[in-house]
Design a protein around this ligand. Structure first.
Ligand SMILES: [Zn+2]
Length: 680
C-alpha cells in the first residue's frame, strides 16, 4: 500500500519539484546577473566560482517585481552569499533544524486533521473533507519568498538536475549529498491557491475511491442464487481482488471468481449500476448485467455515468496547473520520473517490458497450470498458491490471528516481539516500537510517516471493528516495514536533509520483506526450505508480471491524457480500455489463452494516486535484489546499514546496499533457478 506523504508535502522545504517563476515575469537581466557574479567572484575567489555561477542564476530566475528592485537584488546577493567554511556550516546546521521543525509539525497538523477521513471513525461530517483538504503548508512557499529565505537557499545551495546528480553520485559524501538535497528546495513559485485547489481535488478523488465498495452478498447468478456471506462488503479493487485470490480452495470458487471478475469488468466499462455502489439494497448479476430489487424482481438499470474516468481526468487536470511554473519538467510525468523517482521513464518502461516478455514468466505460467490442473484463465493473474501459507484456508488464518492478537491493540503490543524475530536487538526493537502507532483505517492500509524525531509513524490497516483478521494483520505487517524504514532513516542518517530512501520503491521493498515474515510470526510457516525460497522467487516474478502490466497501462494513460487535453470522460474510458487491451494482447494473451481483456485497467491507484503505480513493480525488482543479498544475513543489521545512507540517487543507494546498480537480472535469475528446481 502506498506511503502517503509524498503528495501531502508538495510546496514544503525539500520536496518541491523543479520549477521557476512563471515565464515572462522574470525581471533580472543577463547584464545584472553578470555584474553580480563578477563582484562576488572578486570578493570570494575562483574556489567559489561554481556556487556563485549557479546560485546567482537560480536566485535571479525566481526574482519578480514584488521582491524588490534590481538594486535590491544586487544588494541581496552581495549580503547573502556565504562562502564555504565555519559560518556556512553553522548556517547549514541551523537550516537542518528549522527544516525538521517545519516539516515535522506541518506533517502532524495534516495527519491529525485527516484522521476523520483516514481512520475508521464512522460517519463523515461535511466539514471533515474541508479540513482534510486544507493544507497548513500551502503558504510556506509564499512566506519564504517574502522573507527571502527561499532566495538565500537558492543563492547558496546549487540545484543539480538528475543528470548532474548521476554524474557525481559515486564521489559525493553525505555532506555533499545533504547540500544537494537542500538545493532541491524552493525551485518553484507556485501560488498558494494553486496548491490548495490541487489538494482539494486530490482529497475528493481519494474519497471517491475509498467509498467505492460492493455488497458481495447481493451478487447473484442466473438462478438468483447468492454465493457470498450476506454482510460481506469489499472495496474495489483491493478487496474484490483479494476475494478472488482467497477463493482457490473453495468448492464453488471458480464460479465465484468468475462473478467477481465480471464485476471488475463492469466497473472498468462503467456498466455497473450506480445504485449498487456502496449500497446493499439491490441484487445484481454481474455476468448478465441485470439488476433486481429486494424482492428479486428485475428492474431497469442506470449505469455509473463514467464517473471513474471523470475523476481520473480531474486528477490529471489538477497537476497540469503546476506545469506552467516549470519550463524544464513541464509535465507531471517528467516530475514523477525525473524528480520524484530519479529514474527516467524510458528506463522504467524498458525494465518492465524485459520482465513481462521474458521466457521465465511463460515457464512460471506452465508451473501454475500444473498446480491448478487446468489452463490459465485471466484472473489467475491473482493466483496465490505460491505462498507457503497459500495452502491454509483464509478462515483458519483469521482464527489464528484473532486468537493471537484479539484486536489491533494486541498487534501493537506484539510489535517489539515481531522486530526481535526479524533480528533487531531488544533495545532497538523497543526504540522502533515506540515510534510506531497502529490505527484502524477507513479504507485500505497505509503508513503515514513522521517527519520529526519526536513523532510516531502512523501505521494504518483495515480491521473489523474491535477485532483483527488475517487481511488486516497481513497489511499491518507490510505497513510495519514502511514504519521501520521510516524510523531508521529519520533517526540514523547523517543529515536531516537525507532522511528517507531515494523513492517509494525502496520503502515498498522493505514493506514486502516484512510482509513475508507474517506467516512465520503466526507460527504457520516452517523455517525456509529450498522449496520455499524457490516458490517465493516464482511468486515475486508472478506478482511483478501482474503489476508491471497495470503500471504500463497507468503510464500510457497519463501520456494519452497529456496528448488529449480536450477529451471527454467517455473518450478517456475508451482510450484506457484500448490501451489495457493492447498491453494485454502483447504480453498476457499468450499466457492466459485469451485475447482483448481489459482487466489491467482495474486498479484504483490509477484513478487517484497520480502515476504512483510503477513504484510497486520497481519495488519488486529492488526487493529481489535486496532479498537475494539478505539470504543468510541478519535482516535487521543489513536494513540498518542500508537505511543509514538516506536520500541519494536510486542507483547509488543500490550500489551501497548490494554492490550493484538497479537491475531486473536477479529477479529473472532466481525465477530461472526455481523453474529448474521444479522441473527436476
Ligand atoms: Zn506499501
Amino acid at each position: 500500500m502506498k506511503k502517503l506523504f509524498l503528495f501531502v508535502m508538495i510546496g514544503l522545504f525539500l520536496l518541491s519539484t523543479l520549477m521557476i517563476a512563471e515565464e515572462g515575469k522574470q525581471m533580472i537581466s543577463k547584464e545584472t546577473i553578470a555584474k553580480v557574479k563578477s563582484s562576488l567572484l572578486e570578493k570570494y575567489g575562483e574556489k567559489e566560482k561554481f556556487r556563485i555561477e549557479k546560485g546567482v542564476e537560480q536566485a535571479a530566475s525566481l526574482w519578480i517585481k514584488e521582491d524588490g528592485t534590481v538594486d535590491d537584488f544586487i544588494q541581496f546577493c552581495g549580503a547573502s552569499f556565504v562562502p564555504l567554511g565555519e559560518e556556512f556550516d553553522a548556517i547549514f546546521a541551523r537550516l537542518e533544524r528549522d527544516n525538521e521543525i517545519i516539516n515535522g509539525y506541518m506533517t502532524i497538523i495534516t495527519q491529525e486533521l485527516s484522521k476523520p477521513i483516514d481512520l475508521d471513525w464512522g460517519e463523515l461530517l461535511p466539514i471533515d473533507t474541508v479540513f482534510a483538504s486544507w493544507s497548513p503548508a500551502a503558504h510556506i512557499s509564499d512566506d519564504f519568498f517574502n522573507n527571502k529565505i527561499a532566495f538565500f537557499l537558492r543563492l547558496n545551495f546549487p540545484y543539480y538536475p538528475l543528470s548532474e546528480k548521476t554524474k557525481n553520485e559515486q564521489k559525493w559524501n553525505s555532506k555533499d549529498w545533504a547540500m544537494a538535497r537542500m538545493g532541491d528546495g524552493f525551485l518553484s513559485r507556485v501560488p498558494a491557491e494553486v496548491n490548495l485547489k490541487w489538494q482539494q481535488v486530490s482529497t475528493e478523488a481519494q474519497a471517491y475511491i475509498y467509498d467505492y465498495k460492493f455488497y458481495l452478498g447481493k451478487l447473484v447468478d442466473d438462478n438468483m442464487k447468492t454465493y457470498f456471506p450476506e454482510d460481506m462488503v469489499q472495496i474495489s479493487h483491493w478487496g474484490v481482488r483479494d476475494e478472488i485470490t482467497a477463493r482457490y480452495k473453495d468448492k464453488e470458487g471458480f464460479f465465484k471468481q468468475k462473478m467477481l471478475f465480471a464485476l471488475m469488468h463492469r466497473i472498468i466499462n462503467q456498466e455497473v449500476p450506480e445504485v449498487i455502489i456502496n449500497k446493499g439494497d439491490y441484487y445484481y448479476n454481474p455476468i448478465s448485467n441485470k439488476l433486481y430489487d429486494k424482492d428479486k424482481k428485475e428492474i431497469e438499470l442506470t449505469r455509473e455515468p463514467d464517473t471513474r474516468y471523470a475523476v481520473l481526468q480531474k486528477t490529471w487536470e489538477s497537476v497540469t496547473w503546476f506545469d506552467k511554473y516549470n519550463p524544464e519538467l513541464n509535465t507531471h510525468i517528467k516530475r514523477m520520473f525525473e524528480a520524484a523517482r530519479e529514474i527516467p521513464e524510458d528506463v522504467v518502461e524498458k525494465l518492465f517490458i524485459d520482465v513481462i516478455s521474458s521466457k521465465e514468466v511463460r515457464e512460471t505460467a506452465k508451473y501454475i497450470e500444473k498446480q491448478l490442473g487446468r489452463e490459465l484463465v485471466p484472473w489467475d493473474l491473482w493466483w496465490a498458491g505460491f505462498t507457503p501459507g497459500g495452502d491454509i484456508p483464509e478462515e483458519k488464518l483469521d482464527k489464528i490471528v484473532k486468537e493471537k492478537f484479539g484486536n489491533l491493540e494486541g498487534f501493537e503490543k506484539a510489535i517489539p516481539d515481531i522486530l526481535i524475530q526479524v533480528g533487531f536487538t531488544p533495545e532497538k526493537a523497543k526504540f522502533i516500537a515506540e515510534h510506531v502507532k497502529p490505527e484502524a483505517a477507513r479504507g485500505a492500509g497505509h503508513c503515514s510517516g513522521a517527519a520529526i524525531k519526536s513523532a510516531q509513524n502512523l501505521l494504518r490497516t483495515h480491521v473489523p471493528k474491535d477485532s483483527i483478521d488475517y487481511k488486516g494483520f497481513d497489511t499491518a505487517m507490510h505497513e510495519l516495514g514502511h514504519a521501520v524504514e521510516q524510523t531508521l532513516t529519520l533517526h540514523t542518517v547523517d543529515y536531516y536533509a537525507l532522511q528517507g530512501v531515494p523513492n517509494t520503491s525502496f520503502t515498498e521493498a522493505f514493506a514486502y520483506l516484512f510482509q513475508d515474515q507474517g506467516l512465520k510470526f503466526l507460527g504457520v510457516a516452517s523455517e525456509k526450505t529450498d522449496k520455499d525460497i524457490h516458490i517465493k522467487n516464482l511468486a515475486t516474478l508472478w506478482n511483478a508480471y501482474e503489476i508491471m502490466g497495470v503500471s504500463l497501462v497507468d503510464m500510457r494513460v497519463w501520456r494519452w491524457m497529456y496528448d488529449h487535453p480536450e477529451a471527454t470522460p467517455a473518450e478517456l474510458k475508451a482510450a484506457t480500455i484500448e490501451i489495457a487491451k493492447d498491453i494485454w494482447n502483447k504480453y498476457y494473451a499468450d499466457v492466459f489463452h485469451a485475447k482483448d481483456d481489459s482487466i489491467l485497467a482495474i486498479y484504483s491507484h490509477m484513478i487517484c494516486y497520480y502515476l504512483y503505480l510503477p513504484d510497486y513493480p520497481m519495488g519488486y525488482v529492488i526487493l529481489a535484489q535486496i532479498q537475494n543479498y539478505m539470504e543468510g544475513k541478519n535482516i535487521a543489521d543489513e536494513m540498518q546499514r542500508m537505511c543509514k545512507v538516506g536520500l541519494v540517487t536510486p542507483n547509488q543507494w543500490m550500489r551501497n546496499a548490494v554492490g550493484e546498480p538497479i537491475s531486473a537480472k536477479p529477479m529473472l535469475k532466481y525465477a530461472n533457478e526455481a523453474i529448474k528446481f521444479f522441473k527436476k
